[in-house]
Ligand binder design. Structure first.
Ligand code: MG
Length: 368
């Protein structure tokens, strides 16, 4: 189910940095129950958990925090859990009365894409369909010839009229829940399906608008299968999982420094990342500002990789050396009922669940 290619690099673990989608969620998108229970159990033993994703805060609340709250002892461990939306732009934790606190990262708070400097957010928003301005479908059956029904990523239906309102970036729709990033979501069909098409011409339109507004040093884009993401840059770096990793480690450092003589490098020594995609390898090289970076005694953290080989960069990529435990990806037989056996893919949350057992059995977890 998994191999341990770098046994000697396994160190005591006091903090786990988690990817969410595909790592702790099952193929149906829901959090894996066994993994949730084990995460909470580790929290009871004072192990910290950080969860980092490109998804927005609303998505995390609905798809991770709410289901997690159902678990026994969640209230005891919630202070050892931190959630990072939009790859670290928004930090979420709990106040003493269990309300969710959302804190915008101070650097993001001053970023032009967040502050809408010179109206840049609106300029981008005007390039595509804006759900706040479109009429909802609301069960309407009859359409005019120029009208079309589109669905956003939340399965909400809207009616667009190509004569009344045409936009340069069709077929996309603006994501209204992003705050630090911005996203042009591909429009979807009734079942949530998307089509594949060449996104480059639209990416160029967006990049041109960013350049014309004078923000090419502050904002960049990223084309993914479901969307074009508009990404803030800080000190020349596009925000991604490296940046999220740095924010998560700094957060833990601030939590533990009062009780122990830890520095950031010591927190990194006892941190391990877990992920299933190529982007998650960036967790292993956290980004810090220059003042902190020059004092570090190490630059990388290890990762447990639970994706398949196709999800990894080529073997020559140096970040692969940070993989200490890796899913084999082979199928294993799963007994459905006495007359039926199916192959269960050995990646994702089911591997995570077993790796956590292994690490616990061999005493790898130790509180700061
Ligand atoms: Mg993932």
């Amino acid at each position: 189910m998994y191999t341990i290619p770098a046994f000697t690099k396994l160190r005591p673990i006091s903090h786990i940095l988690w990817d969410i989608d595909g790592t702790i969620t099952d193929p149906d998108g829901l959090p894996n129950q066994g993994v949730m229970a084990k995460i909470i159990n580790l929290g009871m033993h004072n192990i910290y958990h950080s969860f980092a994703t490109g998804r927005d805060a609303d998505w995390i609340i609905e798809n991770l925090i709410n289901p997690m709250q159902e678990f026994h002892n969640f209230s005891v461990v919630r202070n050892s859990l931190t959630f990072f939306a939009e790859v670290g732009s928004i930090e979420m934790s709990f106040d003493p009365t269990a309300n969710i606190l959302q804190t915008i990262n101070p650097e993001i708070e001053q970023h032009p894409l967040y502050t809408n400097e010179n109206g840049i957010r609106q300029i981008l928003r005007d390039l595509t369909y804006d759900p706040d301005k479109l009429p909802r479908l609301n069960g309407r059956k009859r359409l005019k010839a120029s009208e079309e029904v589109i669905y956003d990523a939340n399965n909400q239906g809207f009616v667009i009229d190509h004569i009344v309102c045409d936009v340069p970036c069709y077929p996309y729709v603006w994501s209204t829940s992003k705050r630090a990033f911005a996203t042009f979501e591909k429009i979807r069909d009734e079942k949530g399906g998307i089509t594949t098409f060449n996104q480059d011409p639209f990416n160029e339109i967006i990049l041109r608008a960013i350049k014309n507004a004078g923000f090419e040093n502050d904002i960049d884009t990223e084309v993914i299968s479901t969307a074009i993401n508009i990404v803030p840059k800080i000190n020349g770096n596009k925000l991604g999982k490296s940046w999220a990793s740095g924010r998560a480690i700094e957060n833990i450092y601030h939590k533990v420094k009062g009780h122990h003589h830890y520095d950031i490098s010591a927190v990194m020594d006892q941190t391990i990342a877990v992920g299933d995609g190529k982007a998650d390898l960036d967790f292993t090289r956290p980004l810090f500002d220059a003042k902190i970076a020059k004092r570090l005694t190490r630059s990388d953290i290890p990762i447990i990789f639970v994706g398949s080989e196709q999800d990894l960069p080529p073997k020559t990529d140096p970040l692969r050396a940070n993989i200490v435990i890796q899913a084999t990806g082979y199928g294993r037989p799963l007994l459905i009922n006495p007359s039926m056996i199916e192959l269960q893919p050995t990646k994702g949350a089911c591997v995570v669940s077993e790796v956590l057992d292994f690490l616990k059995q061999w005493d790898y977890f130790r509180q700061f």
